[in-house]
Design a protein around this ligand. Structure first.
Ligand SMILES: Nc1nc2c(ncn2[C@@H]2O[C@H](COP(=O)(O)OP(=O)(O)O)[C@@H](O)[C@H]2O)c(=O)[nH]1
Ligand SMILES: [Mg+2]
Length: 327
């Protein structure tokens, strides 16, 4: 199928086209130098709206909500709960599960198939997982482009679930308009066990597994941690039992409140500008790196490295030579 048709179909919200375009993003991320077809897709999606007949709309119509927290805290279950809640409001929902460790599962649904199954046949729900393998900088490169595809497909809300390991747990905040940090009792030492930096990126806290012992103590701990924060926005703390759908309305209310705050304060624009900067810089750096890549025809960097090891040059001169090549 040609790119023009894929773009038009994705804009009409056709799941197959959306899936194929996200697969194109994943595959491009794993290819040195990317994929020129993707450039065409992004040009179509990132600028003015497409023809009305294609259902085209201006970009950035989707609200991006990141869910982060340690493995097992209930992110997938909460994602399912939020899908249901937003579907009740008639919203079109995209879900991107970002897994920094697993190999590509291009085209596959979430690993959490059972919990997401109920949405598998809903044409207004797009669920995809993505992994980080890639020459172009992995998820930092691929995720914003996958978000653009889901945005172009008319998603009103896009939920981004991290797998909750390592830096990705905190990095999701750079992609999202609103970041939800989940904690749960019985997972290590509560707040002390939370990863460095994770509390700081929270716009909304969720204490999930509120049906378990220690949930109230965790809320109290969290409250005393958050209380001294003197920002214009103090993150609310919502208790949920995601496995039973309890607390969905409270969470939705907290998310709405944050969305209103983002709009009124100008913070939405600030965050999206920062995201746009990241997006441009990441692509520029990836393109630069691709030209140095040893996969390149001349294997220039390999040869320079050999000369450096052989004490025939110094690293500055070698770097100059590499850059001169880019001319
Ligand atoms: N008791 C209890 N278990 C939950 C709750 N939410 C999720 N779970 C369970 O916790 C486990 C991990 O949930 P999951 O959503 O996969 O966590 P993730 O790794 O953060 O995505 C699963 O067995 C869920 O059924 C809850 O509110 N209460
Ligand atoms: Mg999960």
């Amino acid at each position: 199928m040609d790119i023009g048709t894929l773009v038009a179909d994705a804009r009409r919200g056709r799941p197959r086209a959306v899936a194929r375009l996200i697969t194109l993003v994943e595959n491009a991320a794993a290819t040195p130098g990317g994929d020129e077809r993707l450039r065409e897709v992004m040009a179509a999606f990132a600028t003015a709206s497409g023809p009305e007949a294609e259902g085209g709309r201006r970009p950035y119509g989707a609200r991006v909500i990141g869910l982060t927290g340690s493995p097992g805290v209930g992110k997938s279950t909460s994602t399912g709960m939020l899908i249901r809640a937003f579907r009740r409001r008639g919203r079109r929902v995209g879900v991107l599960a970002v897994d920094p460790s697993s190999p590509f599962t291009g085209g596959a649904l979430l690993g959490d198939r059972v919990r997401m199954q109920e949405h598998a046949t809903d044409p207004e729900v797009f669920i995809r997982s993505m992994a980080s393998r890639g020459h172009l900088g992995g998820l930092a490169w691929a995720t914003p482009q996958a978000l653009r595809v889901l945005d172009a497909a008319g998603c009103d809300v896009i939920l981004v679930e991290t797998v909750g390991v390592g830096q990705a747990e905190v990095d999701v905040a750079r992609l999202a308009d609103t970041t939800v940090v989940l904690l749960a009792p019985g997972m290590g030492d509560g707040i002390q066990a939370a990863k460095a930096g994770i509390l700081e990126v929270a716009d909304v806290f969720v204490v999930n597994k509120a049906d378990r012992d220690g949930a109230q103590a965790l809320v109290r701990d969290l409250r005393s941690t958050v209380a001294p924060l003197r920002g214009p926005w103090r993150p609310p703390i919502v208790s949920t039992v995601a496995s039973k759908g309890e607390g969905a309305d409270d969470l939705l209310a907290a998310l709405d409140k944050h969305a209103a705050y983002l709009d009124e304060s100008g913070e939405l624009r600030r965050r999206r500008l920062a995201r746009a900067r990241d997006e441009i810089e990441t692509i520029a750096l990836a393109r630069l790196r691709a030209r140095f890549a040893p996969e390149g025809r001349e294997r220039r960097l390999d040869r320079l490295a050999e000369r450096l090891l052989a004490a025939e040059t110094d690293p500055y001169t070698a770097a100059d030579e590499l850059l001169a090549d880019l001319g």
